[in-house]
Design a protein around this ligand. Sequence first.
Ligand code: UD2
Length: 284
Amino acid sequence: MSAKSVWPYYRTDVVSLSPWLAPIIWEGTFDPALIDLIYKQYNFTIATTVFALGKYTRFLKDLLESAEQHYFIGYRVHYYLFTDKPEAVPEVKMSENHRLTVRRVPSLDRWQDISMGRMEILEKLIANELINESDFIFCLDVDTKFYGHWGAETLGRLVGIIHPWFYDFPRNKFTYERRRESAAFIPDGEGDYYYTAAAFGGMLEDVYQLTKTCRQQMNIDRENSIEAIWHEESHLNKYFLYNKPTKLLSPEYLWRDINIPADQIRVVRFSHIAKNNSEVRSHH
Ligand code: UD2
């Protein structure tokens, strides 16, 4: 089959359906024009959250500028940007139906607390504000950039993204939390996929339940003086094991690094930015 998508839309080199029959979205399995024809008529609003605390504000310009090239173009998007340094938020020109709201949040010392603390802030944002103004929400890491189309093909009740390091690994290699003492524990022999916490989304009610449950489970861990191996990502994986996503996005939607090729990845739509963790996570 040629690399270009042709009717009928299918691929034989990737699996595009989960065992519970949720679609897994890969380039070449859908028609973007047809998707727009279906979804545009509803005039949905997609809330999109980004956290940038400490030195992570440096990633905002590239992320927002690239989003304005590729992310839900022609749809209503409301970005909510949480930061401890509102003065460091760059001016980025928004397209007509895209807008951005900046919210100040307190600084935290540990990067793990920043990462995990997102769940509680999202839970409150959805309950207190979004229920009346948005239809869907996506929650994105900030050390990222868009390189290709991300549109309405990603909308669903509960949307998980297959982690770019583990999509072709057997499940005994997944880095789930394996200690029974943690609320994120997943026993050997269980689990479907390993999902990234760098991007997830869905309808408000569904993402509300996800964020609330992860926040509660992290509180239980804190009371028991344990922190899951990959923080909220471990809890997200536990949640998705028992609350299956209705749509899965392939690692095209969160790749490792734009410069790393892989056979099945025909389009990198969104990717991590290589960063020096110790430098960017230090406060000084
Ligand atoms: C992984 C996950 C990430 C999260 C984290 C928790 C992937 C691809 N990413 O990323 O989603 O689950 O592990 O272990 O699997 N942040 C700040 N300021 C800080 C620190 C963090 O704003 O000083 C925010 C920011 O939005 C960042 C996010 O928290 O994108 C996650 O932190 P990270 O990117 O440093 O975590 P990382 O790359 O290990």
